[in-house]
Design a protein around this ligand. Structure first.
Ligand SMILES: C[S@@+](CC[C@H](N)C(=O)[O-])C[C@H]1O[C@@H](n2cnc3c(N)ncnc32)[C@H](O)[C@@H]1O
Length: 200
């Protein structure tokens, strides 16, 4: 089916339909770590980055980048001197992220709990803001806590941490680690999404 909408990167053209199918195919093979078969809608992408301080950020960190749908929205809003470090554990998704071929983007094919190592390697002390789509509901509780404590340790004081979910089931884990959590519901997504916003 030709959905008629084309995206172009470095001469590589892919329709949104093809991107959606690729995401579906790879996610279904890795349901334990992806927890969904659809990439985020443009409504989620716009909302989840709403508190990122694009004016002042030197480095923005993205966790669970998938095939880059939120990554592209972040890059489109970033200035020329801001870096984006995007973590993704699936090799196939990392290939898609590298194809974006933007020298502000640093693709890390490793788990988010190693955040500190990659910040330091790239010359940064703290992440300015962090945007995450890691499905903490699906991950072992200890690993989720480890990653979130690592985020708390490595985000600047007052930095914005924005998290995508499909329920409010584990909201408590963010309250335990970050304190106050503001939640927004985004119905225009499959499945409908909840966005949690916290401060570092
Ligand atoms: C729900 S998908 C979101 C993909 C994309 N950001 C989007 O919004 O459509 C979650 C992604 O997190 C990745 N992921 C899961 N555990 C991770 C971890 N420990 N570190 C980095 N990425 C992880 C999965 O491979 C998957 O691509």
């Amino acid at each position: 089916m030709n959905l008629g909408i084309k995206i172009q990167y470095q001469g590589q053209v892919q329709s949104k339909g093809m991107k959606g199918y690729f995401f579906f195919k790879e996610s279904i093979k890795n349901m334990k770590t992806s927890a969904t078969v659809t990439r985020s809608s443009k409504h989620v992408c716009k909302k989840i980055i709403q508190y990122v301080d694009f004016e002042n950020a030197d480095v923005i960190v993205e966790l669970g980048a998938g095939d880059g749908v939120i990554t592209e929205h972040l890059l489109a809003s970033m200035g020329p001197n801001t870096k984006l470090i995007s973590f993704e554990i699936l090799d196939q998704f990392c290939d898609k992220l590298r194809a974006i071929d933007d020298d502000r983007l640093i693709v890390v094919n490793d788990s988010a709990e190693h955040l500190n190592k990659y910040l330091k390697e790239n010359g940064f002390d703290k992440a300015y803001d962090v945007v995450s789509a890691i499905p903490f509901v699906a991950l072992p509780k200890e690993l989720s806590k480890k990653i979130l404590k690592e985020v708390k340790r490595n985000i600047r004081k007052g930095g914005n941490f924005s998290q995508l979910h499909y329920s409010t089931l584990v909201k408590g884990i963010y309250e335990d680690i970050f304190g106050e959590v503001k939640t927004e519901f985004v119905p225009l997504n499959i499945p409908p999404a909840f966005l949690h916003f916290c401060k570092g």
